[in-house]
Design a binder for this molecule. Structure first.
Ligand code: ADP
Length: 442
């Protein structure tokens, strides 16, 4: 606060009033003289205020009026505030310009969206990859411009942990990876990357595995056939019986690996959602139980518990293969005196199919990797049981295509539970029986 300004104004006013009073007393009109002095003082302040207002309206800081006393002080304060604001504004603008220049030069596309998914800004790469025209596209909803159904589903789904791969609408065999990153108050950043090269390599890998396994199938069938004949041939040198049996076992293992690879390739060849054929899960469970009991070695108890008779809507062959894999694993990794329970139940979250065993169990560090191809906790043991290491990879793929999830709960030495969780849209109540059945077969 500049007291000097206020002080000089007060002193000047007091002196003027004193002079006015003296002159008024001399001429016999003291009140009129005082009123005149006050009116002149007020008019002067009024003039200063007018000049200040004019200056502020003109918005030209450099033409600041020179005013006396507190008015001058006020002008100086306004100028200082204005300069400080200008300084910060310039700094922010510089920063923004640099940010825009760096994002514009990024090899990846960036699209900034508001919470309603309307486009606020995009860089040149995004415009090129997504075919945006320019500023006329600002304000449009992104799904009006990027219409691929996978992206629209991804945007509405709200699960942005992983990107979605879409085919470019540009016509060429181009694939784009789109990932949404939420930030700030509901704003969304969309990152766009050209992944055509990776997609081609992935397609080549899939083709190679599919072709190689198909090509291997015929020669393997011939080898297995001859081995079968040789092992049953009575004239064969007894010293060769052992090696021949081992060869036959290995040929069977190779056949099962090749079959699993072919099945995986078939599952991978299409991203389409699985069909909605009604599957009688209760009947399927009974069949799986029979299959396990038909194995030369199996756990003593294989129980079925069906708490619901709801039908599962899916692709029957795939579901059979996935469930059979889980039941076979339980049987393979559970000793003869152990037990296996197969269960099907429905709750508000959907349908659940689980296989629980009292077998060898799995240490927790292995659980997240079990569904990787060829991943085995104990390769030696798995090989000995004829495992290909592909079973759970097949289960994962089948479930993915049915919008379902696999959860694994296991304790080493105590047993495991593998559960498939199906969404409610994949269920249909059975026609004839309304109430749930609880069947338990020893
Ligand atoms: P594999 O054909 O070798 O059984 P999977 O993909 O079906 O291959 O399973 C991967 C690995 O997970 C197996 O090698 C085994 O170590 C482990 N595993 C799967 N199911 C069970 C189970 N019920 N109990 C213990 N270990 C299991």
């Amino acid at each position: 606060m500049n007291f000097g300004g206020w002080l000089s104004l007060t002193v000047r006013l007091t002196v003027a009033l004193a002079i006015g009073l003296v002159l008024g007393l001399i001429f016999g009109v003291p009140w009129a003289a005082l009123a005149l002095v006050l009116a002149i003082g007020l008019a002067m302040q009024w003039l200063h205020l007018l000049r200040l207002l004019r200056w502020l309206q003109a918005d030209q800081t450099e033409l600041a009026p020179e005013l006396p006393g507190p008015w001058g002080h006020l002008v100086a304060m306004i100028v200082r505030l204005y300069r400080r604001k200008q300084f910060h504004k310039q700094r922010l603008l510089r920063l923004l310009r640099e940010l825009r220049r760096s994002t514009a030069a990024m090899p990846d596309g960036v699209v900034v969206l508001n919470p309603q998914a309307e486009i606020l800004w995009f860089n040149r790469t995004a415009a090129r990859l997504l075919g945006f025209r320019g500023k006329t596209d600002f304000g449009l909803r992104i799904e009006n411009l990027v219409r691929q159904p996978e992206f629209v589903r991804y945007l509405r789904g709200g699960q942005f942990a992983t990107p979605v791969i879409v085919r470019s609408s540009a016509g060429a065999e181009q694939y784009l990876s789109l990932q949404i990153v939420p930030y700030g108050a509901g704003q969304l950043l969309t990152l766009v990357r050209d992944v055509t090269r990776e997609a081609r390599l992935e397609a080549m890998r899939k083709d190679f595995v599919a072709n190689a396994s198909h090509e291997l199938r015929s020669p393997l069938t011939v080898i297995a056939g001859y081995l079968e004949t040789l092992t049953t041939d009575g004239d064969i040198d007894p010293a060769l019986a052992g090696p021949l049996q081992e060869m036959q076992r290995q040929a069977q293992r190779m056949t099962s690996i090749v079959q699993d690879l072919i099945e995986l390739s078939r599952l991978e060849s299409s991203d389409a959602e699985a069909a909605h054929q009604p599957i009688d899960v209760v009947a399927l469970m009974a069949q799986l139980r029979q299959d396990v009991l038909a194995r030369p070695q199996h756990p003593a108890q294989v129980q079925i518990r069906a708490d619901s008779n709801a039908m599962l809507l899916g692709e029957e062959l795939q579901i059979h293969s996935a469930f059979a894999n889980l039941v076979e694993n339980a049987a393979k990794y559970t000793p003869a005196d152990g037990s296996v329970q197969i269960r099907w139940w429905v709750d508000e979250d959907g349908g659940h199919f689980s296989v629980t065993d009292t077998g060898i169990g799995i240490a927790s560090e292995h659980i997240p990797r079990l569904t990787e191809r060829f991943y085995r906790v104990d390769a030696g043991r798995s090989r000995a049981t004829g495992g290909s290491g592909l079973g759970l990879a097949i289960v994962k793929h089948v479930l993915q295509r049915h919008g379902a999830q696999l959860s694994i709960d296991s304790q080493e030495g105590r047993g495991s539970t593998f559960t498939c969780h199906f969404p409610s849209e994949r269920l249909r109540a059975a026609m004839n029986v309304a109430s749930a059945v609880a069947a338990s077969v020893q």
